[in-house]
Every structure is written in C-alpha cells, then in structure tokens.
Design a protein around this ligand. Structure first.
Ligand SMILES: Cc1cc2nc3c(=O)[nH]c(=O)nc-3n(C[C@H](O)[C@H](O)[C@H](O)COP(=O)(O)OP(=O)(O)OC[C@H]3O[C@@H](n4cnc5c(N)ncnc54)[C@H](O)[C@@H]3O)c2cc1C
Length: 398
C-alpha cells in the first residue's frame, strides 16, 4: 500500500483522496486553512463531472442536492433577443448519460468531505501550509511552513492556482491577469419576480465587452449572479466588495437584463486569472492536479469537472501500484490528462470572443448561433460534456 500525500483539501484534493483510497492506498490531505471548508457560490457540473463523482461513489448524493438544468439559454443582453438554447433535457441526458446540474460549491465540498471522513484510509490534516517538496529514490516529502515534514510514496499538488508544489515543479511565477473582472452576488429567489426566475436555466446575457450569467442554486432557493466586465485592469484582486451603483453602471449596456442586475446586492469582485498550459505536470514522485495543473477561466464551467476527472484517472492508474511503479504511473496520468485540459483552458480563454462583441459582430454571432440545430449545438460540447472518465477497477489505457 502506498501513502499518497495530497497538498490542498479543495474539490480536487478531496476527490483525489477518495480515488486513491478506493485504489487501496492511504491518503493524507494537507490543507492550509484551519478547517476543511469551501466558500463561494454556485458551480455547474456537466455530465462529465457527474460521471467522475459517480466513480468516486458520491454522484447520487450530489445529484440529490443539485438543481437539474433544462437549458443553457443564450440571450442578447442589449436587444433582449433569445438567440438560442442548448437543451439539457431527455435528448441531452440520453446522449451524455447524465443531467447537467448546478450545486452550491460548499455542498459539493461537504459531500466529498463526508466521504473522506467515512474512509478509514483517508487522513485529513488542517492548518498545514505546504511550502515545497523534496524526494529521493523511494519517498516524496512535503515541507510545511511550521517546519514539519510529511513523507509518502508520492505527493500530489492539488493546492490551487497559486500552488506551492507547482512553484517548485514548474516555476512559472504568478498567474496571468486576464483583464476581466467578475462581479458575483447571490439573492434569495423570493426577491426575484416570477417572470425572471428561469428556475431550470443557466442564462447568458451577452453584451459589448461584458456578459452576465445567472442560475438557481441551493435547491432553487437562491439565484447566483455572475457578471463579467472586460475592464482591462492589470492587478490581481479577490473578493473585493463594490457598491451597488458601481455594479449597475458597469453593466448598463446590458439593458435587457437590467431588472435582474438591479436585484443584486453585496456584489463582490474578482480579477480573473489563469495560466498557460504547460507540458510538465510531474517530477518523479510528484504530480500536479486540478487548478494547480491547469487553471482556467471559468467560462467553460469545467475547472472543477476537470479536477474530478483528474482525480479519478489518477486513482485508476495508481491502483495496485508498487513503490517503484509510482513515478511511471504519474507520468501516464499526466499524458492522459494534459491535452484535454489544455484544450479547455484555451476554449475558456477564447470564449469572450463569442460573448463580448458589439454591433454588427454581435448580430453576426446571433445569426450564426441561431442557425445551429439542437443536435449541432450538442455536437459543440459533446467532446467536453460527454466524456466518461474511467471507473476505478477498470483499466485505463496508459
Ligand atoms: C467564478 C468561478 C466560477 C467557477 N465555476 C465553475 C463551474 O461552474 N464549474 C466548474 O467545474 N468549475 C468552476 N470553476 C472552477 C473551479 O472552482 C475550480 O477549478 C476548482 O475549485 C479547482 O479545485 P482545486 O481543488 O484544484 O483547487 P482549489 O479549489 O483552489 O483548492 C485548493 C485547496 O488547496 C488549499 N491550499 C492552497 N495553497 C495551499 C498550501 N500552500 N498548502 C496547503 N493547502 C493549500 C486551499 O486552501 C484550497 O482548499 C469556477 C471558478 C471560478 C473562479
């Protein structure tokens, strides 16, 4: 039995602990925060993310607390035109084997945490800030800020976009500042007029240099609002409150969505950051996973889904792995995951070309999208949403 030391107890780290435990190993999860918890609002999970959760044995619980979506609805935020909808009902579910859902991020994290707490072979250590790693022929050791050293057979860096493990392994400095600020707010559904609720839709309102997305969370009790502005700011910041008037001014061009935007209160803002894909995910007994490996803008709604796919793939590959086999298994994992995640990083970055045009370019975009048949719309996302990660116990072609 190997001991897999995991830096970071977010969605990716906890999923990895479950996956390696299912493969017969021990997992030790080191989390910087004083307790294992998630903040933040809603998260969309496409069928590929739910398949990964099924493989981890928690898919049913997540589906149970999630809101199942019927459409991804695309609106012109200036004219109010309903451009098109990607249907998520029977056809989509039959084709991709699962619904498309939204959950509260804290609920998803809690489901993974409960499963880890119930697993004898998962150890959770809070208040453990990872600063780097060392390794030799047989062990990999995580270094902690308080001087402790935690050794295992392998180390997985699941410590997010500012990963200390990546800092040592790749050394590509600070994340790229995108120049796009996202404004987020959550409002109780009872405050939303009935005609604006779209209770089973993820709704996009596109406008010049900005767009606005909303969807219900927490069983439909709240509406999650996220509006993005291409404001070209050059500094990174996170969770900065802004006053309601400023949020309204920033998205004034989205006239058709104004009624909803005006319901938002307690807006907080984040500068979106990401990184370029890199070929190097492993160093001997050390590998990166989730946002530490492939941080992406959230526009494809796939960051967590990809972290879950990473975890299941890694768990499958490590199953039955002896000490000497581990570095090769980590290399195989990276080889299997790099291309797919890089493609999604790229698509997420490019997607504002679709959402943010103005004038004639926006009209041309609307025409192009509205000409796609329901099947053609599905085809656009099939490679992403329809992917079924290998299940533990089943062979993964390495
Ligand atoms: C606005 C927004 C909306 C999004 N929407 C979606 C969506 O709809 N669907 C989707 O699939 N994805 C979405 N994502 C992406 C998703 O949130 C991330 O991809 C996912 O959370 C990555 O999980 P992770 O565990 O790899 O990293 P993280 O969630 O960043 O977790 C890293 C963990 O490591 C800990 N940590 C960090 N540094 C250290 C250290 N030095 N030592 C120890 N512990 C450390 C952190 O405290 C944290 O617990 C969205 C992201 C954003 C920003």
């Amino acid at each position: 039995m190997a001991v897999i030391v995991i830096a970071g107890g977010g969605i990716g780290g906890l999923a990895t602990a479950l996956a390696v435990a299912a493969g017969g190993h021990r997992a030790v999860v080191l989390e910087r925060a004083e307790e294992f918890a998630e903040i933040g609002a809603g998260i969309q999970l496409a069928p590929n993310g739910l398949h990964a959760l099924d493989a981890l044995g928690v898919g049913a619980r997540v589906r149970g607390s999630a809101v199942h979506m019927d459409e991804l609805r695309f609106m012109d935020g200036v004219t109010g035109e309903h451009v098109t909808s990607l249907g998520l009902t029977a056809d989509y579910r039959d084709r991709f084997g699962s619904p498309y859902v939204v959950v509260h991020r804290a609920e998803l994290h809690q489901v993974l945490l409960d499963a880890c707490l119930a697993a004898d072979s998962v150890e959770l250590v809070a208040g453990a800030t990872v600063t780097g790693y060392e390794q030799d022929d047989r062990t990999a050791t995580v270094l902690l800020a308080d001087g402790r050293r935690i050794s295992g057979t392998a180390v997985i860096g699941a410590d997010g976009i500012h990963s200390a493990i990546r800092g040592r392994l790749v050394g590509d400095g600070e994340p790229r500042v995108s120049g796009i600020t996202v404004y987020r707010a959550v409002i109780p559904m009872e405050r939303v007029p009935v005609h604006l609720r779209f209770p089973r839709s993820v709704v996009w309102w596109a406008g010049p240099g900005c767009h606005f997305v909303h969807y219900p969370i927490a069983g439909g009790r709240y509406l999650n609002l996220a509006a993005s502005s291409d404001d070209g700011r050059t500094e990174a910041f996170a969770g900065v409150p802004v006053d309601t008037q400023r949020a309204r001014r920033e998205f004034a061009t989205l006239r058709a969505a104004r009624e909803l935007l005006e319901l938002g209160e307690d807006w907080k803002t984040w500068m979106l950051v990401d990184r370029d894909p890199v070929p190097q995910w492993t160093d001997g007994r050390v590998a990166l996973l989730g946002d530490a490996a492939h941080p992406m803008l959230h526009y494809a709604a796939q960051g967590a889904c990809q972290a879950l796919e990473d975890a299941v793939t890694l768990g499958c590959l490590l199953e039955g792995g002896t000490n000497s086999a581990i570095p090769g298994r980590l290399t195989a994992y990276a080889r299997l995951r790099r291309e797919r995640t890089a493609r999604i990083q790229h698509i997420a970055r490019e997607s504002t070309r679709l959402w943010h045009p103005a004038g004639a370019a926006a009209t041309a975009r609307n025409a192009m999208l509205s000409e796609l048949s329901p099947r053609e719309l599905q085809d656009q996302v099939a490679w992403m949403h329809g992917f079924q990660v290998a299940q533990p116990g089943k062979e993964v072609a390495a």
